[in-house]
Ligand binder design. Sequence first.
Ligand code: NDP
Length: 330
Amino acid sequence: NKTIILNSRPIGKPQLSDFKLVEEEMPKITEGEILLKAKFVSVDPYLRGRMSDAKSYVPPFELQKLMGSGLVAEVTESQNEKFKVGDFVSGALNWKEFQVSTGENLLKIDDSVAPLSNYLGVLGMTGLTAYFGLTEIGKPQKGETIVVSGAAGAVGSIVGQIGKIMGCRVVGIAGSDEKVDLLKSKIGFDEAINYNTTEDMTNAIAEACPNGVDVYFDNVGGEISDAVHANINRLGRVINCGAISAYNDTSVLTGPRVEYFLIKKSALMQGFIVSNYAEKFPEGIKHLSKWLSEGKLTSTETIVEGFENIPQAFIDLFDGKNNGKMIVKI
Ligand code: NDP
């Protein structure tokens, strides 16, 4: 049975040597337990934080111990009356091909409603992050302009589509021409900017947003955000969802240039963790599933195959190799 453990804590960008594939004996279940076979594994930028030994909202992984993330798994043996062989579940699980569970905190999912991988993306933490960050903090009004950084990624591509459903002009920022094309031609963004080839981002955002920026959904932080902040409208809302540009930084971080926007524009800036809205998750899932079934929301996924490729798929997030949600199929 293959498993992946944290071999060393990364300094800067994670390396393959920070992970270790370890074979163990096949686990056995006892009364009340189920045996799960991993089907899809989510790799997410926040796992970078858990690889460091720093206090955060989720505890760090321990050295030489198992790593984990959101998984979709199939029940292959059951001694628990709530689960039968062939059921599919999603939840926070370990990076193991097969693992034993009591079933606690696992959600039963239905592959006739949506493809199983969607429960790690649009119908999972990703979709909920996009939905609650945008609606609860951004509160976009019809006709307003929303800018999304990390726009072609998992959360960003859904934020843009929800923005369109809410009747807004939506402008995305992403790292390649291919992503810019995808955002405009398939995902429905009104405009998109390649931050890697644009010299003056502040000006490019001003051109793409003739009425200024009312809502900024920020997945990346850093200089890209400085350029968006400089274009924020009076009473604008900045949603701090993520700051991936800083996750591998070993220097002391500098803050946003508040004088440009927070003060002069009376703008609001608020961070959040998706679990803040846990009580409302059913409401979020209801909206996301409805939009998905109506074809108003499309799910973009980059699927990498093979358990042993989980570390590389994770590292590739920091090189922007994914379109939409990065998922490993086992
Ligand atoms: P993504 O699918 O967006 O993958 C990461 C993307 O980030 C890459 O594809 C890449 O796209 C971009 N990127 C990588 N390095 C940089 C950089 N230095 N500068 C700018 N962009 C970069 O991941 P998710 O959608 O899962 O997550 C997006 C953000 O949301 C992350 O910051 C994550 O931590 C955060 N998050 C926060 C949650 C919360 O509860 N607050 C929950 C879930 C996610 P490109 O090619 O465009 O550079």
